[in-house]
Design a protein around this ligand. Structure first.
Ligand code: NDP
Length: 276
């Protein structure tokens, strides 16, 4: 089911635009690579699983694969340098790489979980954005952060994840103000539940992946639909977008200001039933 118009701007607006996508080996990043590749973008695909990236790259021309662990500053610098060496510019940086968790705070046994999540979701974005910024200023480009509904409201079993996504939101909102009148725009994209590997890879009490999703994955938005909406946000340089099926989720930040206790209850019940 298509929830929004495909693209409100020109579908081929992205033709020959150089787009870096971190976390492109699965889920939303992979679907976005396909979506933007079909629209003619020059893709730079980054993640740790190089073979998965190569399989995507093989389907499009003008695609570069750079094996990157975004928690390593030097590898993020290398990603940006390789992009500029190959394509001469950067138009869009999509900070998408991320990991999650599914465990209550008082059940966590190893606090390294907080560092692991912050290192990927927050520091990975900071590193890539820092090295890309001079090039984005030249192209008057766009910085995209794939945040989460969990960057807008509190969600049980996601304390570290929510902290990392709130940090992402704060960083990008502040950077947007700093970049006023430079021509560089900043988009924060906050999806709700989307089909991907994120819950299978989510960290548990011992800070290792649990290997199980606790929700009915078939009932939530597809990664392809999410990618179409991200494409639209990029073309239209949207400032802040919530990608969710329910109207209730779309207005959650407003409801949080008006009726915070109700939002807390909905968040708790939604997480229990997997329908937030
Ligand atoms: P997936 O687990 O399917 O994809 C996560 C991607 O991040 C993979 O490509 C993975 O690649 C990459 N990644 C993980 N760790 C690193 C690392 N250290 N260095 C580089 N890349 C890394 O999940 P999603 O597609 O769902 O996640 C994409 C983004 O969307 C995340 O930021 C997530 O928080 C966000 N999001 C997802 C939602 C959902 O319901 N799916 C909802 C809201 C937000 P590799 O393992 O090859 O390195």
């Amino acid at each position: 089911m298509r929830l929004t118009p495909v693209i409100t701007g020109d579908y081929y607006f992205m033709k020959d635009k150089v787009v870096i996508i971190t976390g492109a080996s699965s889920g939303i990043g992979k679907a976005l690579a396909h979506e933007l590749g079909k629209a003619g973008a020059k893709l730079v695909l980054a993640a740790r699983r190089e073979e998965a990236l190569q399989a995507i790259a093989a389907q499009f021309s003008d695609t570069l694969v750079v094996k990157t662990d975004v928690t390593v500053e030097a590898q993020c610098r290398n990603l940006i340098e390789e992009t500029v060496k190959n394509f001469g510019k950067i138009d869009v940086l999509v900070n998408n790489a991320g990991i999650s968790m599914q465990v209550k705070f008082d059940e966590i046994q190893d606090l390294i979980l907080f560092h692991k999540i912050m290192n990927v979701n927050y520091f990975g974005m900071v590193y890539c954005t820092h090295f890309a910024l001079p090039h984005l200023k030249k192209s008057k480009g766009l910085i995209v952060g794939i945040s989460s509904m969990t960057g807008k409201i509190g969600v049980p079993t996601r304390t570290a994840y929510a902290a990392s996504k709130h940090a992402m939101q704060g960083f990008l909102d502040s950077l947007r103000v700093e970049l006023m009148e430079t021509g560089v725009d900043v988009s924060v994209i906050s999806p709700g539940f989307v089909q991907s590997e994120v819950r299978m890879n989510a960290l548990g009490a011992n800070a290792n992946p649990t290997g199980e999703s606790r929700i009915d994955e078939s009932s939530i938005m597809s990664a392809e639909e999410c990618a179409r909406q991200i494409h639209d946000a990029i073309v239209n340089r949207k400032r802040d977008v919530i990608i969710a099926e329910s109207f209730r989720s779309k207005i959650a930040p407003l409801l949080k200001l008006l009726v915070p206790k109700i939002v807390d209850n909905v968040s708790r019940k939604g997480m229990e039933s997997g329908t937030t």
